[in-house]
Design a protein around this ligand. Structure first.
Ligand code: FMN
Length: 390
């Protein structure tokens, strides 16, 4: 079983991730992981934090001579901003520590502040937001980079693009090649493959900037080269669609998920939105008339490209703060403001890629097992032969 865990606070020393269960022999490149971390920091609409941090990973166990050795992989990503927070969030109490805190007593509607403060019994939401913050996803992206590397050994690639920002929606499907070209860009704007749509998306973000507001978005994650038969219909928790949905909605600010064209399917007649089945006798293979199911039927991959969409609510820290109540005085007051993002669309897409890659890698490891890459490859090849002979 492939398991991962993350630790770390937004303004703490570092973020930590462990990943257990990757077979030995997977090639690992720090540059590849760092490139994914860089991609997570890009995009129009990000706040000042992204200018402070240039995330780089340190691997402290599980990889030797650029290959996994089968033992748990532990990774650290240091927070450059920590130097400004050593007195605010010390591990051990310090002299005059009370005065050095930066308490957050005016909870932000939509953030974890109020529910977390009540639940964990703090009158300072600082300790809640430090962990609720999406800075945590830096660690997920590092794990996701390893999951992607594992999947790549078997020809599976995972990428994303942005299909909606506020009221602006991309009206056509993007091709895999367009999404692949987008992922190579050095200057990331809003992560949309269509320039004209992206320009309108930027205008929508500019309105949010001008008015001290924030704006929601929709990203789509695609996986290419996925073999038929990952996940299963047999139990509720082995269904891959359900596992992907959980992974995507577990992301901060993601409030909805769509597997394939769920919305279109729910508002259509069945005859219009099922992917008809055909057979190419010369090639001896099944193929589909369309891919509205997003590559998933009965909780299993069906061999078509997999796609899932994440629906992001607007960020809850507003420069023009909303009504709230002070936790100390219980007087009405405006919510706290701390340097914040206005739109996180392309970054969320990159995090979504990581989550999809992790879930796919888990399903892959379950199906094919193997303690070494060579063993897993043998198992995959023999299954693919069986599929071809079906
Ligand atoms: C990439 C990314 C960046 C984010 N940046 C911020 C931010 O700067 N300020 C903020 O208030 N929320 C930000 N969020 C969202 C909050 O972390 C999230 O709304 C909060 O933890 C409450 O969780 P919930 O929205 O999932 O209920 C970000 C989310 C993502 C995915």
């Amino acid at each position: 079983m492939l398991r991962f865990e993350t630790a770390g606070e937004s303004h703490g020393e570092c973020l930590v991730a462990t990943l257990t269960g990757l077979p030995a022999g997977i090639p690992v490149s720090l540059e590849t992981i760092n490139h994914e971390l860089w991609r997570r920091q890009q995009g129009y609409g990000r706040g000042g934090r992204m200018k402070i941090e240039t995330d780089t990973v340190e691997i402290v166990s599980g990889v030797r001579h650029s290959k996994t050795i089968g033992s748990p992989i532990a990774m650290i990503i240091r927070n450059a901003d920590w130097k400004n927070w050593t007195d605010v969030l010390p591990v051990e109490d310090i002299e005059g520590g009370e005065d050095k805190k930066k308490p957050v007593t005016r909870p932000r509607p939509g953030h974890a502040d109020l529910a977390g403060a009540i639940k964990y019994d703090f009158h300072d939401a600082r300790y809640i937001l430090e962990r609720a913050s999406a800075r945590e996803t830096t660690a997920r992206v590092a794990v996701g980079a390893l999951a992607k590397t594992y999947l790549r050994q078997f020809g599976v690639e995972v990428l994303s693009h942005v299909i909606g920002v506020g009221p602006v929606r991309m009206e056509r499907d993007a091709t895999w090649d367009e999404i692949a070209a987008l992922s190579q860009k050095k200057d990331v704007l809003l992560g949309c493959v269509d320039q004209e749509t992206e320009a309108r998306m930027k205008e929508a973000v500019d309105v949010a900037y001008r008015t001290g507001d924030t704006i929601g978005a929709i990203f789509e994650v695609r996986a290419h080269g996925v073999p038929v038969g990952l996940g299963s219909h047999i139990t509720w928790d082995s269904r891959l669609d359900g596992r992907l949905a959980q992974a995507i909605v577990s992301m901060q600010a993601v409030k909805g998920v769509e597997v394939g064209c769920a919305e279109e399917q729910a508002t259509s007649y069945g005859s219009k939105v099922q992917d008809t089945i055909h057979y190419d006798k010369a090639e001896r293979r099944f193929f589909r008339g369309a891919n509205k199911a997003g590559g998933l039927e009965g909780g299993m991959t069906n061999g078509s490209d997999l796609y899932v969409r994440g629906f992001l609510k607007p960020i809850s820290t507003l420069r023009r703060p909303l009504e709230s109540v002070d936790l100390e005085t219980r007087e009405a007051s405006l919510a706290a403001y701390e340097r914040s993002d206005v739109c996180v669309a392309p970054a969320a897409g990159v995090i979504g890629e990581a989550m999809v890659a992790i879930v796919l890698a888990q399903a892959f490891a379950e199906k094919f097992g193997g303690d070494s890459l060579r063993e897993t490859k043998r198992n995959v090849d023999s299954y693919l032969l069986q599929v071809r002979e079906f």
